[in-house]
Design a protein around this ligand. Structure first.
Ligand code: AMP
Length: 300
């Protein structure tokens, strides 16, 4: 039931067709941890520099994140990312990225985290992800996320990582980039042949597909009429998926599908405002209510 995440903590600048923000809190591990904490307690291994992102302390406290693996490095700078979304909000471009502390070694894993059963390698460089994964040889489930930058610059390390994880989460463009296959059904099959037992391909407003032991499940996104900022949707989706799996301890196809539904619903809140703003205001009751709404939408 213990869920551990490593990944980025970032200072983000984001431009969307509805507005822009500069130097706000972001990062793959932050969105993941916040989303997953609605289901189970979350442990974090990640570092920031002396320029600690504004609001980070509040967010970690609000979601009761276990920060024994969190480090502030006096001599380093925090990871920075600047992204821009196109008009349809589905496509985004990275305008600037500064790895900074992400290029350094991860903080040591606290002894108290050694028994972590569920491990999520949120988006960061695949070499660090693999090194981290090797420290949990007996965990029940290890899932990783990745992105275009790592597929184009560290493909060999990523291929190595794929042989050592149970699941991979990525978006449709990344699935095509990784396999050279534009059909995502086929791309998902090819990724499973590269190592992981399952792959979840996120398709933005078109939902997500999972390929698991030859079984395919497709779920639609929650219909969102107002998208303010899609940043962190993928990480929040993964947080909902892993949070539900860790809370239930059931890795069956059926439960993976329910987990994806939770991921879809929690991500639908993330995109309603910039940074972590909407997740900070989200209650479990609202989450449950939207889950029931989504469930009723799926019943045929
Ligand atoms: P998502 O929208 O779920 O793909 O995740 C967005 C978050 O990922 C942002 O808050 C960024 O700080 C973070 N991010 C962007 N690029 C990278 C990268 N190359 N490595 C790690 N984290 C990243």
């Amino acid at each position: 039931m213990s869920l551990l995440v490593t990944g980025s903590i970032g200072i983000d600048s984001v431009d969307t067709p509805t507005g822009s923000v500069t130097d706000v809190l972001g990062g793959s591990a932050v969105y993941f941890a916040a989303a997953a904490s609605f289901f189970v307690p979350v442990r974090l291994v990640a570092a920031v520099g002396a320029d600690v992102p504004a609001g980070l302390g509040n967010v970690l406290e609000h979601f009761k994140i276990d920060t024994r693996g969190f480090e502030i490095r006096a001599g380093s700078n925090t990871f920075r990312w600047h992204g821009k979304y196109r008009r349809n909000m589905n496509e985004r471009e990275t305008l600037a990225v500064q790895p900074n502390v992400l290029a350094e070694a991860l903080p040591p894993v606290p002894d108290a985290y050694r028994d972590s059963e569920y491990v999520f390698l949120a988006n960061t460089d695949p070499g660090s992800q693999l090194e981290f994964r090797r420290q949990f040889p007996h965990c029940k489930l290890c899932v990783a996320d990745t992105m275009d930058l790592w597929i184009s610059t560290q493909c060999a390390a990523l291929t190595d990582l794929l042989r050592n994880i149970d699941g991979l989460v990525l978006n449709n463009e990344e699935a095509e980039q990784l396999t050279g296959e534009p059909n995502i059904i086929r791309a998902a099959e090819l990724i499973v042949q590269m190592g992981p037992k399952f792959v979840i391909v996120k398709k933005g407003e078109h939902g997500a597909l999972v390929e698991h032991d030859g079984v395919k499940v497709v779920l639609p996104a929650f219909p969102a009429a107002q998208v303010v900022d899609p940043t962190g949707a993928g990480d929040s989706f993964a947080g909902g998926v892993m949070g539900h799996l860790a809370a239930t301890g059931d890795l069956s196809h059926e439960n993976l599908r329910i987990a994806m539904a939770w991921g879809t619903v929690v991500a639908s809140f993330t995109i309603e405002s910039f940074s972590l703003d909407r997740l900070m205001r989200l209650t479990r009751a609202e989450l449950n209510e939207r889950f029931e709404h989504y469930r009723s939408m799926l019943a045929i």
